[in-house]
Design a protein around this ligand. Sequence first.
Ligand code: HEM
Length: 400
Amino acid sequence: ISRRALLGTAGATGLVLGAAGGAAGYAAAPAPATPLTSLGSTRAMFHGKHQPGITEGFQARGHLVAFDLTAGAGRKEAAALLRRWSSTAERLMAGEAAPHDDTDVARDAGPSSLTITFGFGYGFFGKTGLDKQRPSALDPLPDFSSDHLDKSRSDGDLWVQIGADDALVAFHALRAIQKDAGGAARLRWQMNGFNRTPGATAHPMTARNLMGQLDGTRNPKPADSDFDRRIFVPASGEPAWMANGSYAVVRRIRMLLDDWEKLSVTAQEAVIGRRKSNGAPLSGGDETTPMDLEKTDAKGEYVVPLNAHARITRPDKNGGAAMLRRPFSYHDGFDANGTPDAGLLFVCWQADPLRGFVPVQRKLDRGDALSQFIRHEASGLFAVPGGAAQGEYVGQRLLE
Ligand code: HEM
């Protein structure tokens, strides 16, 4: 089964789950050899030009985890760890048991679109004696004036992104990856996220975030002629071990939902510059209609306000800066006063953060209309090497 490439949309196969799930609910007993639903059997490939977990459609469940190498663990231990992690990822993504001491948590389920993606943080290179191989693109992100960053939940030597359309499959992978770390790396932080389950909507569509907006409409599409150039380091790029890799910026962005939800729908739409119901630009048309930034109303005012998020973030307003946004929503309960700790685990992918996230966030930091309703609480930047070829492990070209 081929890899899905339905960026920002629910899986086309999802309706099968709805039908099969409903039928199973009424059946007296499942037939002995009931085939997996297509949701369960959908499989992403571990080996390839790029790592999995970048261009696939949003998954229903996600875990983002960062590790630090332990004192005394260097290049040799890191290489052994990446070898273990790669072998686990390859097996789990094929729907097989973990190589050692499988926990049975994913037993009975298929791969369920599981992807496991590995990245290196700034600190990794010093600890492994590989400073000369550290890409300049991994230089720390600039401070932004609106940042409220919790350092204990930011950065990290190693980063793992796990996504799957089934919660147990995702947890199973998380636990296997943690156990594989052994004495080489210690967990630094972990964040759990979710997206809409494929099949919940009548047809595949752009996902909604916890503010209720369609989020992902203007994402670059793999079919775009400049997609690879914007998202992936070229095969001839520097450093050589990052060929076909990408840089992931991770931001835990809390949504100030109590304030946001007090706004009328019209006011919410002015914040983004798009209709909440269908994602259409305020200048008219449907979700895919190009936004007309010059259009004015009877009073001569711009229908897409000057500080609207979708106006400010446009590539043509940021020197061509573009990124692939592939987030998960999160909800970590409520603060003591009942305020929801919920928002976006914003993950964006680009060939160079200085031509993707950084210039756009600089602009947003000056205050777009959305800024007063969100707060960046954690941050990370990771170099995600290209995919492993058959017989190779992820990061081998750096570590051997
Ligand atoms: C567009 C929401 C943070 C970059 C959008 C859209 C929405 C949205 C609803 C319009 C639909 C679409 O094209 O996807 C949010 C929310 C955020 C957030 C709720 C925080 C919780 C950010 C951040 C960045 C960013 C931190 C980058 C620094 C973009 C870009 C676009 C966009 C590049 C598309 C612009 C275009 O190509 O026309 N966002 N956004 N967003 N956002 Fe955000």
